[in-house]
Design a protein around this ligand. Structure first.
Ligand code: NAP
Length: 345
């Protein structure tokens, strides 16, 4: 793609702060509004500017200006593409809002995504991080996806095994895949099993349902409870800019978990299928004194220490400074390394 022959859906010198939920300043040299998969083929090929993919910008830290081509994935559409005795099959465009997809499926009477209500971001971003909440993750409801290979311009179809889903992880996070602008996810298909079972084991969700005196919740009641819990705990980016959870929950060897528990008997620990132990990053941050504490114009949110917030007018370097300060204190106190969840542009 030579600069002189840019298609008309490619914009130049685009301000990005309103396109990411942390609202950090920065401009992109080029930004393509992708509303149909065939536009991607026009931009494919080797060489050319550095490429990166953007959805709703809810998991992005802008370090400053982006000198390259941002592909803003805005492909819409959601439909039931099939149904059999076992399941409903629902396909959605990568640019669809995730929460609106969840709400729409529930309104149609197709349960299965309710625990994932109120998660920010787009449908196309959901498999990359294998978003999850309250004991359910996208991989549990995923059938396949379509993506454009940005080197060849060809469409690829990936099934569940090819995506190599793990805890908040997938093949797309590996180098040379989606995050490097190599594969642009265009559509995702979900399988929603008809044999539905409520997943209400997490303490916050169970407490909210108990508070509402709902003993046998429907899928829609679970979604409503999830929304109630999440909106109490998490800041609205329109009011207080943020990128959701800022650090991954660390998964450590059982021996490390034992060592921590002997020094800190209250440390929350969750045994994983592989024998390792998942720790709550928010708890580690809170115990390190960062809950509700600011550094410059950024801080760790007072109601949920895992969320880094922009108090107003912050720049990317301030986010990086706070991230490093939190990492250093958690490392010093617990000997645990925290890794950031958002993508740094
Ligand atoms: P929370 O419910 O306070 O839980 C904190 C940590 O404890 C998480 O690591 C969670 O595991 C774990 N945990 C709690 N109860 C558990 C149980 N019964 N069994 C196993 N693990 C348990 O977390 P929160 O910060 O308020 O977030 C609520 C939910 O939203 C969590 O599931 C969290 O992971 C999810 N969330 C996801 C994303 C994302 O996908 N990017 C972003 C924000 C929050 P899990 O992480 O395995 O659930």
């Amino acid at each position: 793609m030579a600069d002189g022959q840019l298609p008309d859906f490619v914009l130049r010198d685009v301000e990005l702060s309103a396109r990411t939920t942390l609202a950090l300043p920065g401009r992109a040299t080029l930004l393509a509004e992708i509303t149909a998969a065939d536009q991607l083929a026009q931009l494919a090929g080797s060489g050319g500017p550095r490429r990166c993919i953007l959805g709703d910008g809810s998991n992005v830290v802008l370090s400053g200006d982006f000198d390259g081509l941002l592909l803003h994935m805005a492909i819409s559409g959601r439909e039931l593409i099939g149904e059999d005795d076992q399941a409903w099959y629902v396909r959605a465009g990568a640019g669809e809002n995730w929460h609106q997809l969840v709400t729409w499926t529930l309104e149609q009477g197709w349960p299965g995504l309710e625990n994932l209500a109120w998660i920010p971001g787009t449908v196309g971003a959901a498999p990359i991080q294998n978003i999850g909440a309250y004991g359910l993750e996208v991989a549990d409801r995923f059938l396949s996806l379509e993506a454009c290979d940005m080197l060849t311009g060809k469409t690829r179809r990936l099934d569940r095994a090819a995506c190599r889903f793990a805890y908040r992880d997938s093949v797309f996070k590996q180098q040379g895949w989606h995050l490097d602008g190599r594969l642009a996810i265009t559509r995702v298909t979900f399988r929603l099993p008809k044999a539905w079972q409520a997943l209400t084991g997490y303490a916050d969700l169970a407490a909210e349902l108990a508070r509402q005196q709902i003993a046998r919740p429907s899928a829609r009641e679970i979604a409503a409870a999830v929304i109630a819990v999440r909106s109490r705990k998490l800041p609205d980016p329109a009011v207080l800019p943020n990128a959701g959870s800022f650090f991954h929950n660390p998964v450590v060897d059982a021996a490390v978990g034992e060592r921590l528990a002997s020094a800190y008997p209250k440390v929350p620990r969750y045994l994983q299928a592989d024998g390792r132990v998942k720790l709550a990053a928010g708890w580690l941050i809170e115990q390190s004194g960062w809950k509700g504490r600011d550094l410059g114009r950024v801080g760790m949110y007072e109601k949920q220490a895992l969320v880094l917030v922009n108090r107003g007018g912050a720049r990317g370097e301030e986010v990086v400074a706070l991230m490093k300060a939190v990492q250093a204190d958690v490392r010093e106190r617990f000997g645990i390394e925290l890794f950031p969840e958002p993508v740094f542009l």
